[in-house]
Design a protein around this ligand. Sequence first.
Ligand SMILES: NC(=O)c1ccc[n+]([C@@H]2O[C@H](COP(=O)([O-])OP(=O)(O)OC[C@H]3O[C@@H](n4cnc5c(N)ncnc54)[C@H](O)[C@@H]3O)[C@@H](O)[C@H]2O)c1
Length: 314
Amino acid sequence: MARVLLTGGAGFVGSHTAEALLAAGHEVAGIDNLRTGCVENLSSFAGHPGWRFFRQDILDAENFNRVVREVAPDVVLHFAGLVSVPESIANPGLNSEMNVRAVHVMIDAAVMAGVRRVIFASSAAVYGDSTAVPLDEHSPTRPVSPYGEAKLAGEALVLGRGRTLGFEPVCLRYFNIYGPRQHRDSPYSGVVSRFLDRLRAGQPLVIFGDGRQTRDFIHVRDVARANVVAACDPGPLAGIFNICSGSEVAVNDLAAALQRQFLSRLDPIFEPGRSGDVKRSAGNPTRAREILGFSARIALAAGLSEFEGNSVAP
Ligand SMILES: NC(=O)c1ccc[n+]([C@@H]2O[C@H](COP(=O)([O-])OP(=O)(O)OC[C@H]3O[C@@H](n4cnc5c(N)ncnc54)[C@H](O)[C@@H]3O)[C@@H](O)[C@H]2O)c1
């Protein structure tokens, strides 16, 4: 049994990961300031004896250090951050604070508490406009947004300080995650949740650009399983891993699949492409499979079918 601390534990990925760790018999603590997360995300396991929650901003270093010392985790999974590319462009200072300074604070606290492994939630955004699709962990990193730059800086901090300070540094580059509990009603949400929001409201989908841009979608329960595997690997474990499905799906095809499911015949509205959006994104999952023994299991069609469809008659 491991003791695991999740920063951003009340968020989309954090709450699913907490649930999966608890189901596997681990002791789990979550810390979250509820900026984008919420306590409703914790409802399915809030009373579990292995779970503790701290409402706390990790940028408040003194109080965060106190929580980390109290929990004394073997592993820290660092999910807390600013998660949206458009928001990072609108507010680059906040992005640096939440996605770079927070990593410094988290590492300092982890080192002081003698944590064995730090797992950093990185992103496919570090590859940016790299054309080497499918992207593997050696593909060039060419971020095209403050968010992607900050994630790359976060990786460098975790890997570098892990080497020099003696914890095991692991960076998981998640591709496009979708599934229940993802924020729906924000312009900063991911494409699946934005599409669902429009379909449920009986509105036409809005597609940025020509819709031929591609993404590699991975279900949040697969991501949670990857996080459990990375947290519990007997190790020593270090380095960068793509967490992806390996399938390249055009946004137009995603739109068509969801429209069929929701029986919507409204033509999508095409709006100009957004700055910071990459043209092609699909990952190579080989390294995660060979070293972690992790492969995504939930195919996109099966994952989308979990969302309530057939509810809108246009
Ligand atoms: N969702 C995706 O598709 C995706 C893809 C790649 C990478 N990631 C990364 O995975 C991680 C989790 O993403 P998510 O989709 O669950 O987002 P999320 O917004 O649901 O989760 C982030 C959580 O961190 C909390 N938080 C933010 N700053 C904090 C602070 N200073 N102190 C305490 N809590 C704080 C928020 O309240 C939220 O609950 C992020 O680091 C994100 O960059 C997500």
